[in-house]
Ligand binder design. Structure first.
Ligand SMILES: Nc1nc(=O)c2c([nH]1)NC[C@@H]1CN(c3ccc(C(=O)N[C@@H](CCC(=O)O)C(=O)O)cc3)CN21
Ligand SMILES: CC(C)C(=O)C(=O)O
Ligand SMILES: [Mg+2]
Length: 270
């Protein structure tokens, strides 16, 4: 079967775009094949987020993530899934310079991962680039509010919209990415009322992460909601305690090896 037929069987970009005001859109991040296969059964789209630099590779921010790293993890997630739309984050430095540069790198991501769309950070300032990509066949999910790739300018991962005077600029960003042709927009890390205002100002689905319950969908970093990160932002609801489970398993294995309780006759070849 051709990979094109495979692509069509997945959730499509227009299907997501039509969900404004409809059934809430379910999304999580995933960076590798085996977790993606589980998430695939429940999520409308899976984001291969550049948060993988921090979660998988121990970086202090997302600034150090390369295009090659995104492609590597993007390919793993596409291979591990069959139903969800896969969206890959464009990493810092791969799209900001010019629409032409953004197209070149986004096309590389789409060709090499077979993902269905890319995501990039920025509102009004990225509108021209979003339009350039969409007109040339690359679906774009936008991302406004707390944009982690700008954390060095913002002075950290700071919740946006604490000052009501900034709300208008956020609405302008939301409108600008909508008019530029983004099929959906992530609203990250902003006070609830600002997120709600952005949501109501535009006709494309809003995907919230620390934004507002009003959003058309929600996204979390998988490892955060699984309890694999010792500390998480306030917006995370922890659904599982995988950290302690892994620790307990590793501890018991270490004890068994030391006491020679492992391997037993079940685990050797006779
Ligand atoms: N594991 C993980 N989860 C994420 O959600 C995530 C990443 N990594 N990496 C990329 C960005 C960075 N994110 C972050 C990181 C820290 C805060 C944070 O420290 N929030 C404070 C509020 C600070 C303020 O209000 O100014 C908090 O206490 O929640 C928020 C979002 C969200 N993204
Ligand atoms: C938190 C989500 C929206 C993201 O951009 C990421 O995981 O990189
Ligand atoms: Mg990201």
């Amino acid at each position: 079967m051709s990979s094109q037929t495979e692509t069509i069987r997945r959730v499509t970009v227009p299907q997501i775009a039509r969900r404004k005001g409809g059934e809430p859109i379910v999304s999580l991040t995933s960076y590798h094949a085996h977790t993606a296969a589980i998430v695939d059964r429940y999520a409308d789209f899976i984001l291969v987020g550049d948060s993988l630099g921090m979660v998988m590779h121990g970086m202090e921010s997302t600034v150090g993530v390369s295009l090659e790293l995104m492609i590597m993890h993007g390919r793993a997630v596409v291979r591990g899934t069959k139903k969800a739309l896969v969206v890959v984050d464009m990493p810092f430095g791969s799209y900001e310079e010019s629409p032409a540069m953004a197209f070149r790198n986004a096309a590389k991501v789409m060709k090499e991962t077979q993902c269905g769309a890319v995501k990039l950070e920025g509102g009004a300032r990225m509108a021209e680039t979003i339009r350039f990509l969409v007109e040339r066949g690359i679906p774009v999910m936008a991302h406004i509010g707390l944009t982690p790739q700008s954390s060095h300018v913002m002075g950290g991962f700071k919740t946006q919209g604490r000052d009501e005077e900034t709300w208008e600029a956020h609405v302008e960003d939301a409108k600008a990415v909508t008019e530029a042709g983004a099929f959906a927009v992530v609203l990250e890390g902003m006070v609830e009322a600002a997120g709600g205002q952005d949501h109501q100002a535009i006709e494309i689905p809003t995907i919230g992460i620390g934004a507002s319950a009003e959003c058309d969908g929600q996204i979390l970093v998988l490892e955060d909601m699984l309890g694999l990160n010792p500390w998480t932002p306030k917006f995370v609801k922890v659904y599982g305690q995988l950290g302690p489970m892994i620790e307990d398993s590793v501890k018991r294995y270490a004890e068994d090896v030391k006491s020679r309780a492992f391997p037993t006759e079940d685990e050797v070849y006779r």
